[in-house]
Write a protein that binds this ligand. Sequence first.
Ligand SMILES: [Zn+2]
Length: 422
Amino acid sequence: MSDPYENTPERTFAALPPAHGRGFAQSWWGQAWLKALEDATLDSQQLKTGRRLARAGAVGAVSVRPGRVTAVVKDRDRTAHRADVLLQELSEEQWDRFLGMAVERAGHIAALLDREMPPHLVEDAATAGVELLPGLGDLEAECDCDAWDHCGHTAALCYQVARLLDQDPFALLLLRGRGERELLDELQLRSVPRTETAEVRQETYEGVDAAEAYAAGEILPPLPEPPAVPAEPGLPPSLDTETEPAPGVDPAALEFLAAQAACEAHRLLVDALRTGHEQRAAEVGLTPAQDAVRLASGGPEVRVAARLAEGSGRDREALALAARSWEYGGAAGLDIHEADVVVEAETLARARAALESAWEEGERPVLRASRNHWTVVGGQTQLRLGPDGRWWPYRKERGRWAPVGPASQDPATALALADGRE
Ligand SMILES: [Zn+2]
């Protein structure tokens, strides 16, 4: 795919909708742009007309080229005028100094890529003898209404450009003579080690030479600090709209998935910042059946839960119980709940000793063992032993064994939980 800006450094910004009652520049550089207009314009009536026209949406698409912005501006009576605002391009030598400065200050370019223009960038450029922002009287006007200075049309164009600059400060650099792509390419070339000749570069330019790609990293800033962890996962947008969904698309299920993804992202971020991410590595390669349980533990609405149950080959109640096991112990908890867990002989021996010593004589419940399950004889509770030697509390609910809490090192604690005594 060819880049539309590659050869013709010109960009066209679509007409903006009317902006009643709003200021034109939120950014400091947009305001600096307007100051250059307002301080130099003697006729305040023209500025007023310009603001009115710009607010009313009278400025058409804005074309930005080196040295010039152009738009058609319509009067209240719908008469169209071609308005141009001219700003002097930087000379080759000034661009050279600007690029030399920018390649040393990777943060500036990163900020621009974020559509921000840091004050330091402008200051550093000024130190290098390059004025990026227009000063008093630098914005020249040309309009086919034959005004000798700024008219309402060119003023309206300036106000509109201030709004565009807010969104994309690269538009100012284009006006000064360099398109975004061109600028980034030049920066990249400058950051390539000097030993590499232009000839070599030419040969390796199809596809990207590894050394070159690596060197380009020098114009990018280091990774930012991790974000502050929000207290809650974000809420995805509501998909409950007037529009009928496409066949086969279930908006409620999608909303649930998006909310779950946000929860999972939040949990991963919290974990990563607290412990490094190795802790959850075991949960990375979940099977579809495990993942259905993980999703079900997020409390989906009834219809979504039914789909998860069906899709994972469980009935609704079995899925609800599996989801509880997930809440208490993640994949390990689910294994204890549904899988045949193998416990090594040594762990089993230690577990039996733990059962012996966990209760005072006379208080010890009578337990019947089967594999890694110990069931209270004549009762409704059970302990399940995990491969790591921890005990999981279970209680019989409506004829099924249900997990009732997280695992414990101590069988008496686990059984008290199963009894509902803790
Ligand atoms: Zn005019």
